[in-house]
Design a protein around this ligand. Structure first.
Ligand code: FE
Length: 229
């Protein structure tokens, strides 16, 4: 093998090595490109979530319509409505009326009990009862019936399901509310956007929940106002 042949072989090896290197770089670039792709998708998802949060914020901006919100210093007492035929005394002390496997959309209602001067009422009684998602009341037991007391800030939280319709009525949740040593007030909460609201003789728009609908549950707000002692 003469010197010229050896030189040719070295050149050929160098060319092959360079080509391999170039392919590797190209593959590496391609991988980088692929790696960027999911990031872009993630960004889109984040952007969608942001949009969804923005729309949730729109729902939350309804809250200034709630009694005593937005710095208001006075409010009228929550309107009273008929108790109806399905009230049962002696409900358990229970803030979570939802049970695993229960039919219907899970609903969490939060809010406060205020007096007419918009001062929060601690230890106020709230007694809730309602139909299940099929419009049926438990008249033999206490399913979807429970009472609770507001905390030191006058706040309550009820976990339940969205009630179903039953003949002659729109969707509603019955309640009784009472400040310590105060008057016992009986009424019903309603849901916005229900067609049957318009034909329900008991319906009162000032008892509409402020609702934010999420995919797995609904969040609702309502502030009760009881007479000042
Ligand atoms: Fe009812």
């Amino acid at each position: 093998m003469n010197q010229k042949t050896i030189f040719s072989i070295v050149i050929a090896i160098s060319v092959i090595a360079l080509a391999a290197c170039s392919t590797a770089t190209s593959t590496s670039t391609s991988n980088t490109t692929n790696a960027v792709s999911p990031t872009a998708t993630t960004d889109n998802t984040t952007s969608n979530e942001t949009a969804s949060t923005a729309s949730s914020n729109t729902a939350i901006s309804m809250d200034p319509n709630l009694a005593c919100s937005g710095g208001k210093t006075s409010a009228t007492v929550t309107p009273e409505l008929t108790e109806g035929p399905y009230y049962k005394a002696g409900s358990p002390e229970l803030a979570n009326l939802y049970q695993a496997g229960m039919a219907g959309t899970k609903l969490v209602v939060t809010g406060y009990v205020y007096n007419t001067n918009c001062q929060p009422v601690a230890n106020a009684l709230l007694d809730f009862w309602q139909a299940d998602a099929n419009g049926t009341y438990d008249n033999s037991g206490y399913t979807l019936r429970g009472h609770q007391y507001t905390d030191a800030n006058g706040r309550f939280e009820l976990t339940t399901v969205v009630p179903g319709l039953y003949p002659g009525r729109t969707e509603h949740i019955h309640f009784k509310v009472q400040a310590p040593n105060g008057k016992l007030l009986t009424s019903q909460l309603f849901f916005p956007g229900v067609t049957q609201n318009d034909s329900d003789g008991i319906f009162n728009a000032s008892l509409l929940l402020s609702i934010q609908k999420n995919s797995d549950s609904w969040q609702a707000k309502y502030n009760f106002v009881v007479p000042s002692n």
